[in-house]
Design a protein around this ligand. Sequence first.
Ligand SMILES: Nc1ncnc2c1ncn2[C@@H]1O[C@H](COP(=O)(O)OP(=O)(O)OP(=O)(O)O)[C@@H](O)[C@H]1O
Ligand SMILES: [Mg+2]
Ligand SMILES: [Zn+2]
Length: 274
Amino acid sequence: MSASTALLASPDIQQVMELLKKMKPDEIRAFKEQNDLALKKQLAERKLYALFPDEGPLRRALYPKHITFFAVGGRHEITPWCPKNCDGSGHQERAMIAGNRVGKSMSVCFELTCHLIGWYPPWWGGRRFDRPVSAWVAGEDAKAVRESLQITLLGQPDSLGTGLIPKTNIIGTTSRPNVPEAVDAVTVKSNWGGSSRVLFKTYDQGRESFQAATIDIMIFDEEPPSAIYSEGLTRVMSTVPGKPSGIVMCSFTPLSGLSDVVLSYLPGGKPVTA
Ligand SMILES: Nc1ncnc2c1ncn2[C@@H]1O[C@H](COP(=O)(O)OP(=O)(O)OP(=O)(O)O)[C@@H](O)[C@H]1O
Ligand SMILES: [Mg+2]
Ligand SMILES: [Zn+2]
């Protein structure tokens, strides 16, 4: 940006007006284009804050099931999707089982990002953590994870920071060996101080690779084999008396029919409608 166009961006409106009088039309046009580009970049790097807005064509009211999915992670009114024994306290295990392209991955990644950075929108009624968190996000294989979860959370490999995790919160990433452009782990700056961490995992690594650690959040994007599901659930169980357990969130279209995982959420395999 030249000295004069830098001044043009100044908040001093009088100074800006004076400058505009002196500039040629093509100079003004070039400045506007530059400004629009900068604005677009800023928006792309802060996508999280624009999701589920109060108003506009993508307003939250148009996504009642997605909002319910978030809400039942915290204290909630009983919903048609709650199991019979629900007492209204936050559900530790939640699944968004729905058709293709309805925003399943986006929703679980939205909630995950809120936990990672320690920020919740004003309307948030779901689960809250009051500290940095550690999370695993898993899908079928490394390529599937790179194409879905990684892009949703981080953006395209050549523009990391344009996914849901705001660019200013990304402290660093490590690459997955042998898979071009695949990220293995992300360290995320948390508003609570310190950093959260998210690790990308795959079902094809087998059950063993889901053992050993204690984590706060387990995400299964696409239906996991039931052995891996149980392992993931074990990972979020609190082993410290008085410390609440973490959460499991699933997002998938039930392509394998009435599997054990589907049946554990939908007893009898019947979809719930509301
Ligand atoms: N709340 C939202 N507001 C605006 N756009 C959204 C929202 N949720 C999802 N989208 C857009 O809709 C598209 C599909 O979203 P997403 O990938 O999350 O769906 P999905 O149900 O996981 O799809 P798939 O069945 O392919 O796994 C994406 O392009 C995403 O940007
Ligand atoms: Mg998806
Ligand atoms: Zn409930």
